[in-house]
Write a new protein. Sequence first.
Length: 87
Amino acid sequence: MCAKKEAEKMDEVVEYQRRVMEKIKTLSLERLKVVLDFIYLEEKEEWEATLEVLKDEETMEHIKAADEAWEASRMEEFMPWEKVKIN
């Protein structure tokens, strides 16, 4: 059942992508620039969030400790994804 839902979701994504591409073909140059600006802003927000994490010394220490635990195969320090994810 989960695979069926995933397949349906993927079909929906593909349909939206198709619709977006069709719409883009009809846009004027000015509107295409607006679309590109919007995409840039989304990417900029993602980079800013990444930089915020990189600047946080405590968070970076936790990430480094997790990397070291992973490299040392100390799996008991990790929680299984099934316990973390939200259904």
